[in-house]
Design a protein around this ligand. Structure first.
Ligand code: SAH
Ligand code: SF4
Length: 349
């Protein structure tokens, strides 16, 4: 049985029409789904009973359900979502002052296999559908107290969004649509490990969203060690980011996950200044969030605060704008992919 959230507007209109309903009733149903976030068709109060019964006989409301919530002392909530086929993904709610950011997943697992990342440890299982990506917003919204709303969305959970644009773009449309969830495009940021051709297609989307590029290293050899499946050279990735996004006045953020002694050395900062120095962008430094298995098997370490500061200073001296990500939800499985990893471990044993 398909879920109503999986239907395009046209498919919902067709289903309503087949049941003898009118186009405005399909819009009402959609409003209940995305604006009110109902979880039962019976809760669609202004939809006539016969139409509701007809829909209920053919559709479920949602594709997924909340399987687990991990709440940290700082208010960060990590949600594990289970889909109908038993696969799971994570999304994370991050309150920060007035802002509340939601981080969603775009795939189950990830094919890119970055050496430091829990999401990429077992490859990709499948793409998420548009409904599954957008539904994460509904599940998260329902977890917020009445005086909080989601203000920002980042596609930085599990998966490589550029490798699932057919899932991502309709989902973002739904999340942005004032008749849907209604979040401003400027508040939506998608993070990629760097696929220039797909970035072009993403940039052509209307409305245009913000882009974050997970660069990690400006030197191709070193980058290849960190992002082994990446094929595009750094200069092509950077050129694509600025050609498509910089010119539209959208923000380009470069993310650099810092690993001690691997990519946090003075020469790594220097290479980054040379690659990015003259471009309008921000570099966001992310001290690695250790994943136990990876730290053990690959000997990776999170750099000390002075090392991170030194790297940041070197970039600033090269006229780059730099931010350093604070650790959030540190007392729980904080990094992307880790909750699912633990969950899978618990199930296995
Ligand atoms: N696949 C996309 C988006 C998901 S990953 C991408 O790579 O950009 C989102 C961000 O989390 C990326 O910048 C990634 O490098 C970072 N990340 C992954 N694992 C991490 C870890 N253990 N500690 C810190 N950052 C991590
Ligand atoms: Fe995939 Fe991003 Fe993790 Fe790399 S960092 S394995 S691209 S989710």
């Amino acid at each position: 049985m398909r879920a109503l959230t999986e239907l395009t507007d046209q498919e919902l209109a067709d289903a309503v029409a087949e049941l003898g309903g009118k186009p405005f009733q399909a819009r009402q149903a959609s409003h209940w789904l995305w604006k009110h976030g109902v979880t039962a068709i019976d809760a669609m109060k202004n939809v006539p009973t016969r139409l509701r019964e007809g829909l209920a006989a053919r559709f479920r409301v949602r594709a997924g359900e909340l399987a687990q919530v991990d709440e940290a002392e700082d208010g960060t909530q990590k949600l594990l979502v289970r889909w109908a086929d038993g696969e799971t993904v994570e999304c994370v709610i991050i309150p920060d002052g007035e802002r509340t950011t939601l981080c969603v997943s775009s795939q189950v697992g990830c094919p890119v296999a970055c050496v430091f990342c829990a999401s990429g440890m077992f490859g990709v299982r499948r793409n998420l559908t548009p409904g599954e990506i957008a539904e994460q917003v509904l599940l998260a919204r329902a977890r917020l107290p009445a005086d909080r709303a989601l203000t920002n969305l980042v596609v930085m959970g599990m998966g490589e969004p550029m490798l699932n644009l057919d899932g991502l773009l309709p989902a973002l449309q739904r999340i942005h649509d004032p008749q849907g969830i209604g979040m401003g495009a400027r508040r939506i940021t998608v993070s990629t490990s760097g696929y220039p051709r797909q970035m072009e297609r993403f940039a052509a989307a209307d409305p245009s969203y913000n882009l974050a590029v997970s660069l990690h290293a400006a030197d191709d050899e070193l980058r290849k060690c960190l992002v082994p499946t990446a094929t595009a050279p750094v200069r092509e990735i950077v050129a694509a980011a600025h050609r498509y996004f910089g010119q539209k006045g959208r923000e380009v953020t470069y993310e650099v996950v810092l690993l001690e002694g691997v990519n946090d050395r003075p020469q790594d900062a220097q290479a980054m200044v040379e690659a990015l120095g003259a471009l309008p962008c921000t570099v966001n430094l992310i001290p690695w969030n250790p994943v136990e298995e990876i730290a053990r098997d690959r000997g990776l370490r999170r750099p000390s605060v002075p090392r991170v500061d030194a790297f940041a200073d070197a970039l600033r001296q090269g006229d780059l704008k730099v931010t350093v990500r604070r650790q959030r939800g540190a007392d729980r499985s904080a990094a992307c992919g880790q909750l699912r990893l633990r969950h899978a471990g618990a199930n296995a044993g």
